[in-house]
Design a protein around this ligand. Structure first.
Ligand code: MF3
Ligand code: CO
Ligand code: CO
Length: 272
């Protein structure tokens, strides 16, 4: 998220207590369950508005609120008008669901959800392949997911924020993809977007120290061509400057004394 949100003046990194991290779990669990719920709908012929409306209904039914809906934009922009972000093909992030956007065989689509529940946000996204996608699209999606995990594995108490971006960038570029610079991971808890910013590129050993109690997202966007993006006239939809594909995955995670915990991952189901 760009550092233009009205929340930006609340400076400083909040360290959450174990109890507060506990209190975030339900919101984070909902974001994972919501993505699971939407997964079977992601098929050729469905509109992104249908995905949005299903997500909104599911979210309300679970007693939560869709944090993106009405989220304030930069100066002069409208508030975000829908409940989820749906970013197809060359859309990097913040695509606005629309009945005109109908999924087609071969598309890739990122769905980004953020339920707000019991005072906390759970922010997560996945990129889905619609039907048969090109080998390049498949590789981009697979490398992007793996890049997110490399970033998560680089989170170590006493390490630096720069370690995360370095791990992501090294891997992404070694696979021939570029890393978007204009949007970064972010602190997330009671506030949707706050300190620290987590770039998905950078230099090992640089940046703020990683401490227990930090809760933030890692949400790399990888492009087939240039890392440069531009905003469409709606002031939200970010697209690649060269029109090539972009993919993204996102988890919310907590740093604890013993390491890192991915809050938006469901624990493995227990068979009874
Ligand atoms: N969920 C997005 C993120 O990962 C933010 C969406 S803000 C919205 O940070 F207003 F575009 F919905
Ligand atoms: Co986020
Ligand atoms: Co998100």
């Amino acid at each position: 998220m760009k550092d233009h949100s009205p929340e930006a003046p609340f400076r400083g990194i909040t360290l959450l207590s174990d109890r507060e991290i506990e209190a975030m779990r339900p919101a984070c669990r909902l974001s994972s369950q919501l993505l699971d719920f939407l997964t079977p709908m992601v098929k050729p012929g469905v509109s992104t508005l249908e995905l949005n409306d299903a997500a909104e209904e599911w979210t309300r039914k679970h007693g939560a609120v869709s944090a993106p809906l009405g989220y304030p934009g930069p100066e002069g922009a409208i508030a975000f008008p829908k409940s989820i972000c749906t970013s197809i093909n060359e859309v990097v992030c913040h695509g606005i669901p629309s009945k005109k956007d109908i999924l087609q065989d071969g598309d890739i689509i990122n769905i980004d959800v953020t339920p707000f529940y019991q005072g906390y946000h759970g922010d997560s996204s996945r990129t889905f392949m619609v039907g048969n996608v090109s080998p390049t699209a498949r590789k981009l999606v697979e490398v992007t997911e793996k890049a997110m995990w490399k970033g998560i594995e680089a989170v170590k108490v006493g390490g630096r924020i720069g370690d995360i971006g370095a791990a992501i960038q090294e891997y992404a570029e070694s696979e021939g993809f570029s890393v978007v610079r204009d949007f970064v991971g972010h602190g997330v808890h009671r506030i949707f977007h706050t300190e620290p910013q987590i770039p998905h590129y950078g230099v090992r050993g640089k940046g703020k120290k990683i401490r227990p109690g930090m809760v933030f997202t890692i949400e790399p966007m990888l492009n087939v061509g240039t890392y440069k993006v531009e905003l469409q006239s709606d002031q939200w939809t970010a697209v690649t400057q060269d029109g090539e594909l972009s993919a993204q995955f996102e988890h919310t995670l907590a740093v604890t004394k013993s390491g890192v915990e991915v809050l938006t991952c469901m624990p493995a189901a227990v068979a009874v």
